[in-house]
Design a protein. Structure first.
Length: 361
């Protein structure tokens, strides 16, 4: 990429070289600002680039990455998904309620005794079962989103805005089931926690958590689906031009529906992982997560105009956003200012994306 840009630069006239440099700086303005921010934070607090700090940033990015990869598919279709955060919250509550420790006094389902009493026993089978359950729940809701968008030609923004509220209501209802009475769903089994956020190896200075390993595996699977399957090719074709894709024999209805189903399953998986990371889940778990995920997609080059996006771009976008959040914490920036910065990032990223689109036209 850089070699191509250098070769292009050398063949330009002096006037065009200045314009080329200005355009390049503008297109990469967000990355440049993040780099400047990192330098400032390192000067202020060198611990920001310590091994444990870097691993912590990557670990915190893992769950958001799983969600962002789901949302990225809907953005590639020139849509979006505002229900992602609430879907994560619902599936996180379901995961926590099904995997509470057997001896936890405030168990949501006191009659549920499917986990072994012995703390040394394996619960891999139960964990896989819960993963399947939450992915099915997410997939069903995703199917509804995709069906409504494709069948009735409704913009995904409107559809998912409605389902966002519906899912939040379902989460509030679910939190009152059993003996829970709306209290935070905690007391999750330590074996579940270890399965998600336990360390593969390492110590406090440098370690590799399982959550990061799962994120890498999931990213590889999504990369394969996007780039090596007919479904992935159809997704990009519909995102580029739905009418042209339809003429070419692509089922726009089923492609759109399946993209939202895959996204929903990803949110369910993210909910399973986030539930163990958070430890105590409520109906508010996941609130606003979809905004960070959408911002990460745009930062990573997934275009709202449709048909453009790469897995590596989404990964970069999620990590950059988490670096910014961590940097603001290291600089002791108030939480209220953090929201302003995140909002500004979304606006800048979208403006840069639209500028690239207009230049291409």
């Amino acid at each position: 990429m850089f070699k191509t840009q250098i070769a292009t630069y050398k063949n330009l006239s002096d006037a065009d070289k200045k314009k080329f440099i200005a355009d390049t700086l503008l297109d990469n303005a967000l990355y440049i600002l993040v780099l400047i921010l990192i330098i400032c934070v390192v000067i202020y607090n060198p611990r920001f680039i310590s091994g444990s700090s870097i691993i912590n940033i990557l670990t915190l990015s893992s769950t958001r990455l799983v969600m962002a990869l789901g949302i990225a598919g809907t953005v590639i279709l020139a849509g979006t998904d505002l229900s992602a955060g609430r879907m994560l919250g619902l599936t996180a509550c379901i995961s926590a309620s099904l995997l509470q420790a057997p001896d936890y006094a405030a168990k949501m389902y006191k009659s549920l005794t499917w986990l072994p009493q012995d703390p040394a026993s394996s619960i891999i089978g139960q964990l896989i079962c819960v993963i399947i359950i939450v992915m099915i729940v997410g997939g069903i809701i995703g199917f509804f989103n995709g069906f409504m968008s494709a069948r009735f030609m409704l913009h995904p923004f409107i559809v998912t805005l409605g389902t966002q509220l519906i899912i939040y209501g379902l989460s509030l209802i679910y939190a009152t089931w059993g003996s829970n009475a709306g209290a935070p769903i905690g007391g999750i089994d330590q074996r579940y926690t270890d399965f998600v956020i336990g360390n593969v190896f390492g110590d406090s200075d440098f370690y590799l958590p399982w959550l990061l390993v799962y994120a890498i595996i999931i990213s590889a699977v999504i990369w394969f689906i996007w780039n090596k399957t007919v479904f992935g090719k159809n997704m990009f074709a519909v995102g580029c031009n739905a009418e042209a894709a339809k003429v070419s024999g692509v089922s726009v209805f089923w492609t759109t529906t399946l993209v939202f189903m895959l996204a929903g399953a990803m949110y369910g998986l993210a909910g399973f992982l986030e539930s163990a990371r958070v430890g105590s889940n409520t109906a508010a778990t996941g609130n606003g997560y979809e905004l960070d995920a959408i911002a990460a997609c745009v930062i990573g080059g997934v275009s709202f105009t449709g048909g453009v996006g790469k897995v590596k771009g989404v990964i970069i976008g999620v990590i950059l956003l988490q670096i910014i959040n961590a940097a603001l914490i290291f600089l002791n920036v108030p939480g209220s200012i953090t929201y302003i910065v995140r909002g500004a990032i979304i606006l800048v990223a979208c403006a840069i994306d639209m500028r690239k689109y207009l230049i291409q036209k």
